[in-house]
Design a protein around this ligand. Structure first.
Ligand code: ADP
Ligand code: MG
Length: 251
């Protein structure tokens, strides 16, 4: 099975989509063939990579759909786009907690080196499906709120998913929108690094306007503003992901 990294946090606006897409692009630049799977009904990863949303979510479509991944204009990055039926699927409940895993297992071998899943801001059935399909979870934490309570809930969901996916691991907590001049950012960092038993990435993603601007141009920040602090941070994160062997399936 391919390494599958879910980017998950039940809170919105913490940098999940930015991380799934920018890390995906950075890993592609490091020579990996990457598939970004959008399971958020909002479809921000899909639109940010310049891909059209489709009617029926290919990530949960039953039956063989070997051609569902579509190319993006980002070299080395393909996408399984979000579907307009995803919200109905989420509220109606998905038939199986392993629907996404079963779907990804049908992808042709050797087409990709790794899969990144962009999760919606909830711990509902779509995120549960993503966790069931994952070798590791990346948890972005916005450095502007005290995150520990939410983190405890998410880590509990990860432990629950081990019932159907014993191989799952927390790949790392990622501090995002970090402002080195803000006391709160430094306090959140200190709290996360001292109180969390799970791995925390050494790489920190700074708050950077270029990161926020890139998706409206359907580009990754690494392409849009390669010398920006945000772009450099995501390239650094990709190196750390490789160093931590997260693409080998065993962190
Ligand atoms: N490092 C950053 N610096 C500045 N803006 C950012 C950064 N990361 C994300 N953003 C912006 O913050 C908003 C929320 O980020 P997003 O990745 O969509 O979060 P989520 O997927 O968790 O809801 C988006 O408008 C995004 O462009
Ligand atoms: Mg998002």
């Amino acid at each position: 099975m391919l390494p599958v990294l879910s980017v998950a946090n039940q809170k919105g606006g913490v940098g999940k989509t930015t991380t799934a897409t920018s890390l995906g692009h950075a890993l592609a630049l490091a020579g990996r063939k990457i598939l970004v799977v959008d399971v958020d009904p909002q479809g921000n990863a899909t639109s940010g990579m310049g891909v059209e949303m489709v009617a029926t979510s290919p990530a949960f479509a039953a039956g063989a759909l070997p051609d569902a991944p579509v190319p993006t204009s980002w070299p080395g990055v393909s996408a399984i786009p979000s579907g307009r039926d995803l919200q109905a699927l989420a509220t109606g409940g998905l038939a199986s907690p392993t629907a996404l895993r079963d779907r990804l297992a049908r992808l042709p071998d050797a087409e990709f080196d790794a899969i990144l899943i962009d999760c919606p801001p909830s711990l509902g059935p779509l995120t549960q499906n993503a966790l069931a399909a994952s070798s590791a979870v990346i948890v972005p934490i916005q450095c502007e709120y005290y995150p520990l309570e939410g983190l405890v809930q998410l880590l509990a969901a990860v432990r629950q998913s081990a019932a159907v996916n014993p191989a799952i691991a927390v790949g790392g907590v990622l501090l995002t929108m970090y402002d080195p001049a803000a006391d709160l950012s430094r306090e959140v960092e200190a709290e996360v690094r001292t109180k969390i038993a799970e791995p925390v990435f050494t790489t920190v993603i700074p708050r950077d306007p270029a990161v926020a601007e890139a998706p409206s141009h359907c580009r990754s920040v690494i392409d849009y503003a390669p010398r920006s602090p945000g772009a450099r941070a995501y390239v650094h994160l990709a190196l750390e992901v490789l160093q931590r062997s997260l693409l080998n399936g065993t962190p």
